[in-house]
Ligand binder design. Sequence first.
Ligand code: ATP
Length: 773
Amino acid sequence: MPRKQHLTTSQRKELRRKENQYIEELNTRTQEFQNPKATYFQDLPLSNAVLRGLKDASYVKLTDIQRDSIPVSSKGNDVLAAAKTGSGKTLAFLVPVLEKLYRERWTEYDGVGALIISPTRELAMQIYEVLVKIGTHCSFSAGLVIGGKDVKFESERISKINILIGTPGRILQHMDQAVGLNTDNLQILVLDEADRCLDMGFQKTLDAIVGNLPASRQTLLFSATQSQSLNDLARLSLTDYKTVGKPANVGGSEPETPDTLQQYYIVVELADKLDTLFSFIKTHLKCKMIVFFSSSKQVHFAYETFRKLQPGISLMHLHGRQKQRARTETLDKFSRAQQVCLIATDVVSRGIDFPAVDWVIQVDCPENVDTYIHRAGRSARYGKQGKSLVMLTPQENEAFLQRLKARKIEPSMLNIKQSKKKSIKPQLQSLLFQDPELKYLGQKAFISYIRSIYIQKDQEVFKFDQLPTEEFAYSLGLPGAPRIKLKGMGAIERSKDLKNAPRQLLKLNKANDNGELEDKPKEGKTKFDKMFERKNQTVLSDHYLNITKSQGQADEDDGDFLSLKRGDHQLREEDLPPLVAPQSKRSIRKALSKKASLASKGNATKMVFDDEGQARPVYELEDEQQFRERGDAKSQKKEFLTKEAEVMAQKDIEDKQLAKEKKQEKKRKQLEALRREMEEDDSYYSEDEEPAVVLGTGNFSDDLDEQSGNEDEGAEGESQEQDEQESESEEPPRKKHTADKEQKHKKDDNVMEVEEPETLEDLESLTTRLLNQ
Ligand SMILES: Nc1ncnc2c1ncn2[C@@H]1O[C@H](COP(=O)(O)OP(=O)(O)OP(=O)(O)O)[C@@H](O)[C@H]1O
């Protein structure tokens, strides 16, 4: 940590002069630099402060993307960089950020000089940690804004932050508040996993953020995959940019996966996936592995059931529905553990750098090749060996392998002898029978998976109509396929234009417990809602649907109705307890007041019923004398008809107006629902989440102290808002700035355990043997 020095004015002037001279020389060296064979960081024209920070953190040798991109970025160019997972992109953009601010002689009082945007909180935290690690000899302040409760807390400190790292939603929130966050002087903007930000529906948020930034800034876009949306973003937000790294898009000559990654696939029936996974885990107890499912509910179910079945390895789970603190703790524990199985959603599929992961298992087929690459890339990082296995159903197999092949990825096939595979279905059934909580989770997991397939864009891979729903339900231990009703699909179609699949999945996950997705947001809960929020009420679902049919008629008329009938739970009306149609207190009050107001109007019309039972107003024959006095019958008739026609025309206009207003209102509510959802989804994982706040201090070394202090003392603050738990660190006193600131091998009865195979053949035969037992 740099010591505070007391200098005289002339000493300070002299120091300043030397520093200016040093920076000028550095700039000249940078502009003239041409060494495509640079091997070490010190071969690059970098400032001493940055080089010392890198060395202290044991970063000495350059990776390819670092060697190629740092000199280009340091020259001030806009850069679009794509490089394989685990190839060291984080340093590739953090080093130029520090260099830029150093060369601009940035001080605490200059405000935000660099903005780094990451799609998820976990990734933002990781970037922050790396920055803290390498920035020990620099004198900038760094801070994290990743959403959550205390905007005020952040706002108060944000004005003193020089390097701001955050998620898009929260950054924009601070910009909108117009207090604290001033980006007028911003020098450099970094978008990490930029395409993921776009995929997650942050396009508008990013546009708004970029719109608030000075045009003169430098911009760096980084990703492991290079999609069309990334190219579009590059065209819009970069100026005269340089492309660095391997062209990682379709048609490239090399696979985009690391060379050290061994990739496999197996073809397995949907209903056999959990059996296969469990057998796999039991035979790889000495490994560190990540298992990916497509939804948080499936993760939750697999975790809870496997925990009870005790495969013999430490199990962890991580998904966006968990509280932030739990997520952070799991990330931390998993990073440190050596033999462990983490069951997770795509919340950790991008960017997260877990050390030494042996296996990545993709139980659910990824939505596209990019997701496959990012998931698999959690293993085999920074030149280390790693393996990945994707489970494909016979329906997905062919088309997905083609998609992979088009990107030069050709995993090897592993065979499983289905006949000999150990089944955990009976245990699951027994568990679910005993534990209603688990059964409920199973139903949720089932619904989530079916929904996830329904909304996939790539229908050649994901064949919704070929899903073996009954078998799948049975494989989860359920007695039959829960009934699913997806309605209001118009809303989903609309949302498809706005968001990509993961967010759609998120939206669908917000459907109610009956599997229904409604076109409009609910206003308050009815007794029906509450009744069906209770667990294990699925048996009532048919009845519920009957009751609510009339209420939901309008939606159903859209033709957007889909249902998967549940075979074993057909419920006869007479078997059900008598249900009185419930009414909310509000609706009862409303009805009563309507009656009261009608009664008080005093102009009620007396009605009589005619022979056909039709109600008609009472009328009496008018006196003939009076009738004649008003004119002849013909003209009276004409006058009457004209009047009636006018009334009808007026009514017609009113009706049309009413219909129009209703339509507009419906549209407004739908838009409102979408908007609200996008806000809630400040991050995708916020089906899910509200973020934690950890703001840095005026000095990196303070940040380090602060972190370790908290770890030691367990001093993490904790509070709740919006159902989220958050952690935050106390801010230590700010330093004054000077002129030169700176298993055991347990044998299972059924599965033989052996050492990790070295070759593909070994692995194949091993897997076959193990699964055949
Ligand atoms: N020059 C280096 N020397 C030693 N280790 C490095 C170096 N650069 C990066 N690493 C290490 O390599 C690992 C992967 O780096 P990083 O997380 O930046 O990869 P990435 O390219 O961003 O991956 P992803 O695309 O998955 O986000 C990290 O553990 C990091 O500490």
